[in-house]
Design a protein around this ligand. Structure first.
Ligand code: ATP
Ligand code: NCN
Length: 193
């Protein structure tokens, strides 16, 4: 079985994430997509991060109705900050019968040369890249790389930052979130202060 791993802070998960993951599961050769909730991205400040378990709960609620999408808390017990190369080694050892690929946006591909041991990642895993609107260029070494596959998924301009800021300013952010996710966030008063 071929599993696509979609790593992120998911602070919170939104419809942009869900549309990408569902597109990969339905229109590529991936059998499943797992949302790996990252406690601490090595390139991001902890800042306004909601508690790990709350972010995981929101992902869990979001994928509940999708049989090919799953939540994963595998990074919760691994050392922080979370380097993807370590998680990939750990997850591959835990599930020897599955083939794991990485899903990433074009934005992340642009800074992929700064990731820890990115050559090791490319040696062992395929990467499925979806388009995003961002400045800058993808490095030549990643352009026609045999392990990097482009998937023509839709471009959605929503970010978790936009949602967090909107909630603080009392705006209606409901359309940007799966309905059950928004209901839970609203009840729990997440991101209000
Ligand atoms: N609208 C979107 N469409 C496609 N990919 C997205 C979108 N928003 C985020 N991503 C990508 O999904 C992954 C996880 O996203 P992340 O949790 O950082 O959300 P975010 O919305 O970018 O968050 P923030 O605004 O807090 O930086 C990252 O690789 C990110 O580039
Ligand atoms: O391994 C690395 O060096 C590395 C550097 C930057 C980002 N990442 C991972 O990329 C994923 C996307 O991060 P984010 O916070 O933008 O959603 C997240 O799981 C990070 O841990 C990993």
């Amino acid at each position: 079985m071929k599993v696509g791993l979609y790593f992120g802070s998911f602070n919170p998960i939104h419809v942009g994430h869900l549309i990408i993951a569902n597109h990969m599961a339905e229109y590529s050769d991936l059998d499943e997509v797992w949302f790996v909730v990252t406690p601490q991205n090595p390139h991001k400040k902890k800042g306004s991060l909601l508690d790990d378990h709350h972010r995981y709960e929101l992902v869990y609620i979001a994928v509940d109705d999708y049989s090919k999408l799953r939540p994963s808390d595998i990074e919760f017990k691994l050392p922080q900050p979370n380097y993807t190369v370590h998680t990939l080694a750990h997850i591959s050892e835990k599930h020897p019968n599955k083939e794991f690929c990485l899903i990433m946006g074009e934005d992340n591909l642009k800074s992929f040369h700064k990731w820890k041991n990115y050559e090791t990642i490319l040696e062992h895993h395929d990467i499925y890249v979806y388009p995003r609107i961002v400045g800058g260029k993808v490095k030549n070494q990643f352009r026609d790389h045999p392990k990097i596959h482009r998937v023509d998924a839709p471009i959605i301009q929503i970010s978790a930052t936009l949602i967090r800021d909107g909630i603080k300013e009392n705006k209606n952010v409901a359309p940007m979130l799966p309905e059950k996710v928004w209901k839970y966030m609203d009840e729990m008063n997440f991101y209000r202060k």
